[in-house]
Write a protein that binds this ligand. Sequence first.
Ligand code: GRF
Length: 202
Amino acid sequence: KRLVVLVSGSGTNLQALLDGIAATGTEEYGAEIVAVGADRGGIEGLARAERAGIPTFVRKVKDYGTREEWDAALADAVAVHEPDLVVSAGFMKIVGKEFLARFGGRFVNTHPALLPSFPGAHGVRDALAYGARVTGCTVHFVDDGVDTGPIIAQGVVEVRDEDDESALHERIKEVERRLLVEVVGRLARNGYRIEGRKVVIQ
Ligand code: GRF
């Protein structure tokens, strides 16, 4: 299967996918990363792709007249690579109607909290501020809400008394990377169907 991965930052989830696929072998893993896209340049996520010899593309919101035009341009750039699955791995933009019309049902996101708790851009900070004793990460399909799509898998992380946002996020990301590699491989190898809110991996 063909994967396009979208990033906005350090790209450690992307790296986990690259390493996981390399360690398992593309055939056995069931998927390969055919391109990496971003909404900004100069980020470590893109450098990781380049080091791995994977084509990259950048589509910045500010280069387009409207958010809709950006969304369509991003969808076009992704479509060029004919992906079976698109993975948002720390991609910090909300995609629009056109992107979802073209890639809905095969667009996977990873979020650093146990949804439906603490959606949005500050899932780790919000869980900490709320006083949650456990949090974690959620791999889910993207729908037209913010972190509201059908859940595929979750991983749990305990909050420690001495945690600050960055320490907690680091521990979440360790779990998140393993979960993402495992889940994407299973989706790719086994196939799946989405029944309402339930994701059934065959
Ligand atoms: C992850 O925790 C992701 O869920 C979040 O941002 C982080 C991305 O990290 N929204 P990286 O770029 O994969 O290192």
